[in-house]
Write a protein that binds this ligand. Structure first.
Ligand code: SF4
Length: 282
């Protein structure tokens, strides 16, 4: 059957081979208790992270390059994926964190119908996902955790090849924002939290992203402004990306979010911009 799941709509027959996202079915690059998620997701630093290989975006600066380009990963059946969810929960995971699952949502839904963990299920999305695809798994997802990467279509095209990213991400967030919000014991059990990775030399676009977000999500929704950007990937033709974010740039973005009235902003330490915080893809 031809795949039109994500906005790329490449029409690949995934029973035969990989689509533009780089994978055929489910391929998992790593699953473990990940200590570096935000405290409102994982107060005890035990996120049950499952990193899916492949991605329908092609960010030149991808911070998980080997995984997103499907260079690493093990193919699993939905039943094996459900067993993996059960294992992570048995190891003490305080959530199930589905990292970049946008291109494998039907299989993830099948796995969650076989085993639904008792801990919150997080869909950790790149934002490039359709509302139709989200509808297929919405009943199994407790927390939506989308990125909103770019506001300018030309910048999105320059860095990902997808000019429609801002429009698609806005539509996805409208859908995700309907999830009822619930926090207990310092942990977000249900609802929406948004992430934005601040890039060097592009704080104006970060501010436009925040303008858009202010109209899309409640101002008290957790907003994680990440400064962990580390130069890597295919950035040879993009000299402005070949450095880390400065204090001045990051403070501008944080200050602007506060000016807009966001009340639940999560900032990162400067030291987070280090390859040591990127999982080993062993
Ligand atoms: S999910 Fe993959 S195979 Fe399906 S349309 Fe998107 S890029 Fe193509």
């Amino acid at each position: 059957m031809r795949c039109y799941l994500c906005p790329v709509k490449c029409g690949a027959d995934r029973e035969i081979g990989a689509g533009a996202c780089g994978v055929k079915g489910i391929s998992v690059a790593k699953a473990y208790l990940h200590p570096f998620e935000e405290p409102f997701l994982s107060p005890h630093q035990r996120s049950g992270a499952v990193f899916f290989a492949g991605c329908s975006l092609r960010c030149v600066f991808c911070q998980n390059f080997d995984v997103s380009r499907a260079r690493r990963g093990k193919e699993l059946t939905p039943k094996e994926l459900a067993d993996l969810f059960r294992d992570l929960e048995a190891q003490g995971a305080e959530n199930l964190d589905l990292v970049t699952a946008d291109h494998v949502l039907p299989w993830v839904g099948e796995a969650l119908s076989l085993y639904r963990p008792r801990v919150p299920v997080i869909l950790n999305s790149g934002g490039y996902v359709t509302a139709d695809a989200l509808r297929q798994v919405d009943q199994f997802i407790d927390v939506y955790l989308p990125d909103f990467k770019f506001a300018d279509p030309l910048l999105a095209e320059r860095f990902t090849g997808r000019r429609d990213y801002p429009e698609v991400a806005a539509e996805a967030l409208r859908f995700m924002a309907k999830k009822p919000s619930l926090t207990a014991g310092g942990q977000l059990k249900s609802g929406l939290a948004v992430r934005h990775l601040v890039l060097p030399s592009h704080t104006e676009d970060s501010k436009r992203v925040l303008d858009l977000l202010a109209g899309l999500v409640p101002l008290d929704a957790p907003l994680s402004l990440m400064r962990q950007y580390t130069p890597m990937g295919e950035i040879a033709g993009f000299p402005e990306l070949n450095r880390r974010v400065t204090d001045r740039e990051y403070d501008r973005v944080i200050g602007y979010a506060a000016e807009l009235g966001f009340t639940n902003i999560f900032a990162q330490e400067k030291e987070s911009a280090d390859k040591k915080f990127i999982p080993d893809w062993d």
